[in-house]
Design a protein around this ligand. Structure first.
Ligand SMILES: N[C@@H](CC=O)C(=O)O
Length: 364
């Protein structure tokens, strides 16, 4: 077996960073060799630093990272010189995040980011590997702009869109024109637990800052195409998506109530078959984090439920149910995805696997 790629996790102490180090423990291709965080945590042993704020429940702090000394994420030289690429879960303001991620790229260290800062940079691919793997081809133009040979930034989209965008992708041949999506989002999406967010207990909060714009716009970049003339990703102009995003007292799992119109007139059987048959490059290449079944359709009207279905395919699969005709729209359905697995660290790890398999991430 070839030597594993050395990985840095920047922003390793927060909730998404913790999810990265737990998902990467025993990864067949990647080995976490550096954990980095704010200056405040730098110099401490990772295990010591996170033990009182460990949010991964029963999953212990992995042995391979426990004794690593946390580096300052802004000391790019120190981190980049020790790794082949980094996962970014850094939590700075957007301009500073963009600057820092670019610096890593310019140090010839590819960045696979969870952060939203670069999602709308026109030559940064925003990828769900099952849906738009071809967007990684934009990296050649990004490298031209950055003046790098190996370095680049690639991002995954916001977690909220992953409970309905896969269904829209599976139904592209029916030409979706309009989508209405109301999300019911878990508290871990805000980096909190039910204990650290007492305000969510017995409550529903009707506003998640910035979430509706992300939910409406990000799928369109994913459905877009690379324009070689401008060396940019041009977003699709349909379907038009409108949304409302609510925070609910759930730890993991974003549920969505979705309504959809099509130009064509698919039957329920056509729609379910398209969901169940939908499969992509990660499944073809058998990427280590790829779910065997990307989308499952559940016929029981009481499903999908967070309690039973959030961990479908280790949190990397999407569950859809209650597909039925609507009085105003053509169809409506319920979707569910795991917001910190498929929706965050798991989706980014699958993207890094795709980038490695396609030769964009290599040993330095
Ligand atoms: N913005 C989301 C997190 C997903 O990436 C949320 O607040 O739930």
């Amino acid at each position: 077996m070839s030597e594993k790629l050395k990985v840095g996790v920047i922003g390793a102490t927060g909730m998404v960073g913790q999810r990265y180090v737990t998902l990467l423990a025993n990864h067949p291709w990647f080995q976490v060799t550096v954990v980095a965080a704010s200056k405040h945590s730098a110099g401490q042993k990772y295990g010591e630093s996170v033990k009182d704020r460990w949010k991964m429940g029963d999953t212990p702090i992995p042995d391979d990272v426990k004794d690593l000394t946390i580096l300052d994420a802004e000391d790019v030289d120190a981190v980049a010189s020790q790794v082949d690429f980094v996962f970014s879960a850094i939590n700075l303001d957007k301009a500073d995040t963009r600057k820092l991620e670019d610096e890593y790229a310019k140090h010839e260290t590819p960045v696979v980011s969870n952060n939203s800062a670069h999602r709308w940079t026109p030559d940064v691919p925003m990828v769900v590997p099952e849906i738009n793997p071809d967007h990684i081809d934009i990296i050649k133009y990004q490298r031209e702009r950055l003046g790098t040979k190996k370095g680049f930034v690639a991002v995954k989209p916001n977690c909220s869109i992953q409970s309905y965008t896969p269904a829209i992708a599976a139904w592209q041949k029916f030409e979706p024109t309009q989508v209405l999506a109301c999300t019911y989002q878990a508290i871990s999406g805000a980096g909190k637990t039910l204990e650290t967010a007492p305000e969510i207990q017995n409550n529903v909060i009707p506003y998640i800052p910035g979430e509706e714009a992300k939910s409406e716009d990000e799928p369109l970049k994913i459905f877009g195409h690379i324009d070689p003339a401008t060396k940019q990703i041009v977003k699709a102009d349909s379907p038009v998506i409108t949304s409302q995003c609510l925070r609910v007292p759930v730890l993991y799992g974003h549920t969505v109530a979705t309504f959809i119109n099509f130009k064509q007139n698919p039957s329920k059987e056509d729609l379910i078959k398209a969901l169940e048959d939908y499969s992509g490059v990660p499944q073809e290449l058998k990427l280590p984090s790829a779910p065997k079944q990307f989308i499952q359709y559940l016929t029981d009207d009481f499903r999908p439920q967070v309690r039973y279905d959030v961990n479908f395919e280790h949190g990397m699969g999407i569950s859809i149910g209650r597909l039925r005709p609507d009085k105003i729209f053509d169809w409506k359905f319920i979707g569910l995805s795991h917001n910190t697995a498929r929706g965050a660290a798991g989706g980014a790890i699958e993207l890094a696997e795709l980038l490695k398999a396609k030769g964009y991430i290599t040993k330095k």
